[in-house]
Write a protein that binds this ligand. Structure first.
Ligand SMILES: CC(C)(COP(=O)(O)OP(=O)(O)OC[C@H]1O[C@@H](n2cnc3c(N)ncnc32)[C@H](O)[C@@H]1OP(=O)(O)O)[C@@H](O)C(=O)NCCC(=O)NCCS
Length: 361
């Protein structure tokens, strides 16, 4: 779309089938700028991905419609915009992002990209628009989370969102754990304690693709992530995770050559999987590790299973990615039980993310 602003083009970016396809140049360029934007915000490269790692996660699926644009300014790529439309029945939600290189801020480009996104979300009948933004540490005024837990600096992104009708709903803590001898010694101790408390459960683990025997149990826990993780006033659709959805999830890691280790606790009497933790790394095994979902099923809380799956997973990780220097994880600032576990392991807060929502009228 050629915008009325001189020099601005919001160029639709179809996701190519492969990074080698002749049409993939825009996608490859988008990934380069994506990495630069995140480096500018955070000051580190922990969020870097290669085109080959990102592509499988963005390809069309039956579960979400994804729209992408490359933001061109004077013929140069300066950022990207995206809108995800979950395809759960009756979904009201649109999840969007506008991410620009710092040199392009403050010229009305973000506003133009956002206005296009809001218009398209309306055309698709979506009435709840949501986004997340990293708000790096800054001196000065802060916005408290309405949950009562955490706050973010009243920075450029916060003002941009507020001025477009968004409300901060939740603060998410980004934490890092150094993977060094001291951490591994602490993990061994914590793991022994958790094992002693978790009588009646055993640890099972796999790297994706998920073995057939665990597909149903893993799918049930992935569905519970949506309903059980603290979401404050953010709106997320309930999801059904059948075998096809687990396979689609696994494909995005396998096709990207990314390793995901799932460490689960199995209730011995019933055979049910009742807790799990995920650790992920891309093709560069000396890069940061990402800790993704962790959950203990409600009926099985209070047996130290959260600590058990985290510690057992991190201890096993040493054989998979011995050169990875640290683990990054994201937790709702009000999620005290999870933060207690992470703090005991040695995770330290690095930065904070805001979860933002607007209800269209
Ligand atoms: C947040 C972000 C998208 C804002 O984009 P931006 O292009 O800097 O925003 P704009 O220039 O359109 O608007 C910012 C302010 O500058 C004003 N502005 C400055 N120069 C302008 C111009 N020439 N024309 C129009 N507006 C201008 C806008 O009116 C706006 O003020 P307002 O909020 O009072 O209306 C951008 O800073 C960014 O990419 N940040 C990092 C990623 C991020 O946090 N994204 C947000 C969530 S996904």
């Amino acid at each position: 779309m050629q915008n009325t602003m001189t020099g601005l083009e919001l160029r639709p970016m179809p996701v190519p089938a492969s990074v080698d396809a002749p049409v993939a140049a825009d996608f490859v360029d988008m990934v380069r700028v994506r990495n630069l934007v995140y480096r500018e915000i955070s000051g580190h490269g922990d969020n870097d991905v290669t085109p080959g790692e990102l592509l499988p996660a963005l390809q069309p699926t039956p579960y979400v419609e994804r729209l992408f644009w490359n933001v061109m300014w004077g013929g140069e790529l300066v950022g990207r915009a995206g809108l995800d439309l979950p395809l759960e029945e009756g979904s009201r939600v649109g999840l969007w992002r506008v991410e620009l290189l710092r040199a392009a801020w403050g010229r009305g480009i973000g506003t133009a990209a956002y206005e296009m996104i809001e218009r398209i979300a309306r055309e698709h009948g979506r009435t709840v628009l949501q986004t997340a933004a990293e708000h790096p540490h800054a001196e000065g005024a802060r916005i408290p989370s309405p949950t009562g837990f955490g706050s973010i600096p009243h920075d450029w992104a916060a003002r941009f969102l507020q001025n477009r009708g968004y409300r901060l709903e939740q603060v998410v803590r980004v934490s890092a754990l150094p993977l060094d001898d001291k951490t591994y010694a602490r993990l061994a101790e914590l793991c022994d304690e958790a094992r002693a408390a978790a009588d009646g459960y055993r640890v099972v683990s796999w790297t994706v693709p998920t073995p057939t025997e665990f597909v149903a149990g893993y799918g049930a826990m992935k569905a519970a992530m949506i309903t059980d993780a603290p979401a404050a006033e953010m709106e997320y659709d309930e999801e059904e995770w059948d075998a096809a959805r687990v396979a689609e999830h696994d494909r995005t890691y396998v096709d990207a050559d990314r390793t995901m280790l799932v460490t689960a606790a199995q209730h011995i009497a019933s055979g049910d999987l009742v807790a799990f933790n995920e650790l992920v790394i891309g093709t560069d095994l000396s890069a940061a590790t990402s800790q993704e979902d962790t959950l203990v099923a409600r009926a099985h809380r209070g047996h130290r299973l959260g600590m058990l799956v985290k510690c057992a997973g991190l201890l096993a990780w040493r054989d998979i990615a011995p050169a990875s220097p640290r683990v990054i994880t994201y937790n709702a600032e009000e999620n005290r039980p999870m933060l207690d576990i992470n703090e005991a392991i040695g995770f330290l807060p690095e930065s904070y993310e805001g979860e933002w929502k607007k209800e269209l009228t």
